[in-house]
Design a protein around this ligand. Sequence first.
Ligand code: FAD
Length: 538
Amino acid sequence: MTDRKTLLDRLKKRELFDLLVIGGGATGCGIALDAASRGLSVALAEKGDFACGTSGRSTKLIHGGVRYLEAALLHQDRVQFNLVRDALHERGVLLRIAPHLCHRLTLVTPLYGAAQVPYVWAGLKIYDLLAGGAGLGRSRYLGRAEMLRRFPMVRGEGLKGGVLYYDGQFNDARMNLALALTAIREGAAVANHLEVVGLFREEGRVAGARVRERFSGETWEIRARCVVNACGPSADLLRRLDDPEAAPLLRVSSGIHIVLPREFAPADGGIMIPKTEDGRVLFILPWQGGCLVGTTDEPALPGENPAPCAEDVSYLLRHLARYFNLKVAPTDIKARWAGLRPLVHDPSAADTARLARDHVISCAPSGLITIAGGKWTTYRKMALDTVDYAVRTAGLSPHSGCRTDRIVLQGGEDFRNDAAASLVARFGLAEEEALHLHSSYGGRAEEVAQLCRGELKKRLVPGHPYLKGEVLYAVRLEMALRAADFLARRIPLALLDNRGAMTAAPAVLELMARELSWDEARVSEERQELDLRLGVAL
Ligand SMILES: Cc1cc2nc3c(=O)[nH]c(=O)nc-3n(C[C@H](O)[C@H](O)[C@H](O)COP(=O)(O)OP(=O)(O)OC[C@H]3O[C@@H](n4cnc5c(N)ncnc54)[C@H](O)[C@@H]3O)c2cc1C
C-alpha cells in the first residue's frame, strides 16, 4: 500500500517502532526492507526523495571493483580483497532479485605497455575466480586489431591489446525506489519528503526523532527501540544532532559525470581506464541511450545538491582527449551531475581515492547506530550487518534471519525477458517505448501501459521514449511528489538530457498539478525549483 497519507498516519500513530531508519538512499531502504522482512516494525524517514542523494548519482555499475582488486593485491590488503569478493557475490544477487533493472555489461580495458598485458590479464582472471558461480562470463584477451575494430575510439599509438570482462549495470534511482516500495510491501512505514530535524533521548538513550513533513510543515515525534542513521554523506551532520561533539566518521569526496550523445560510446560495451596518470579511474559507458563519462574524486563537504564545477568538467574532457580518439566539445555535453561519496574516515590516508570503500557500523554512547561507507553494490550486505547489529544491541525479536537474497524487488516478480514485444502488440507502442517500460517497470509495465492511452500515450519530449501516462503512474503508485522526483528519478531524463528535461517540464507540471491538486503558488514553487536545478543536477 503506497498511499502516502496512510503511511504518514502510521508514522504518526504508532506508539513505538522496533527500528527507525533515517535516510532513504540505498542503505536506508535496504535496511528497512531487511528489517521489515524479518518481522520487525520499521519506520523510515527520507528528507528529500528516494535516491536524491548519492544513490541516484552513481556510475550505475554493479561491480566487484577491478580497481580495488588491484589495491588488494598490491598492498596485500585484506579489507579491499574481502570487499571485492563480497561485491562480486552481491552482483549476482542483485541481477537475480531485480532482473528488470540490472543487466550484464561488457567492459574492456585497453593495454599499452607490454608489461601491463600479463598483469591486467591475470588480475581479471582472479576477478573471474573470485566471482565463482556468480560469474557473468569469462574475461579474455583481445588482440590489438580486434580492440581497434570493436572499440575504434581507443587510442591506437602504443596499444598492445585489451582485456574484455563483464560487470553489471543498473538503473540506480529506480532500484532505490524498488527497495522502498518492497520495504512497504513487507510492512515498513516509509515516507519521502519527511526530514529528521532532531533526536530525543529517554534515560540517556536515543529514543526517537522529531520529523517535519516537507509540504504541510507539520512536525511530530517517532519513537523507536533502535534508531539507525543511514544519511550517507550527511551521516556526521545527523550524528551531531545526537552529540554536538561527535568526532567526524566520514571523509566526503565528490565525483562528477557528464553525458554525451550515444555515438561517443562504443557500440557493444564500455571502456574502463583503471588508472589515469593521476591515479583515477575513467569510464566511458553506454547508458540509457546516452554515453556516460566519469568520474572524479575530490575532497568535498556534505551538501544537498552538489554541482559539478567547471574545473571537474574540463578535467574529464582533457582526459577523454588524452585516452581516446574522441573530439568532445563542451557543447556536446547533454547533462552533468555530481555525487558525494560517503567514505569512512581514515586519518592516515591523505588521498580520498585510496580510502577503503568498505562499510563500518558505529554505535554512539546514546545507542544511535550509524552505518557508513560501502558502495551501492554492497547495500544488501550493509543492511544485513546493520540489522543483525541492531537486533543484538537493542534486544529486538525478529521472527527470522535475513531473507533479502531471496526477496525479488517490486517489478522483478513477473519479469519475462521477452515481454517488451507483447507491449508493442497489445498497446501499439513504438519498440523503443516498450523497451523503456519493460526495463523500468518490469512485470508492472503493462499496468503503466494501461494508463498510457489517448493523450497520455504521447511522448513527454521528442527523441526520448518517456510517456505522459508515466507521470500519473509515478504520482499514484510511486510516491513522486515533486516535478524533480519524476524528471530525475522515476525517469532518468534530467540526468541524460538537461534541455530535454526543460522541454518536458511544462507537461509534467501540468499533469502533476492536476493529479495532486496544486494551486498556482505551488506550481510556481516547483517551476522555480526546476529552473534552479536543471542544468546541473536534480
Ligand atoms: C560519483 C559516484 C559514483 C559511484 N558509483 C558507484 C557505482 O558505480 N557502483 C557502486 O556500487 N557504488 C557507486 N558509488 C557509491 C554509492 O553510490 C554509494 O555508496 C551509495 O549510493 C550510498 O548510499 P547511501 O544510502 O548510504 O547514501 P545516500 O544515497 O546519500 O542516502 C542518504 C539519504 O539520507 C537522506 N538524509 C540526510 N539527512 C537526513 C535527515 N536529517 N532526515 C532524513 N533523511 C536525511 C538524504 O536525503 C539521502 O537521500 C558511487 C558514488 C559516487 C559519489
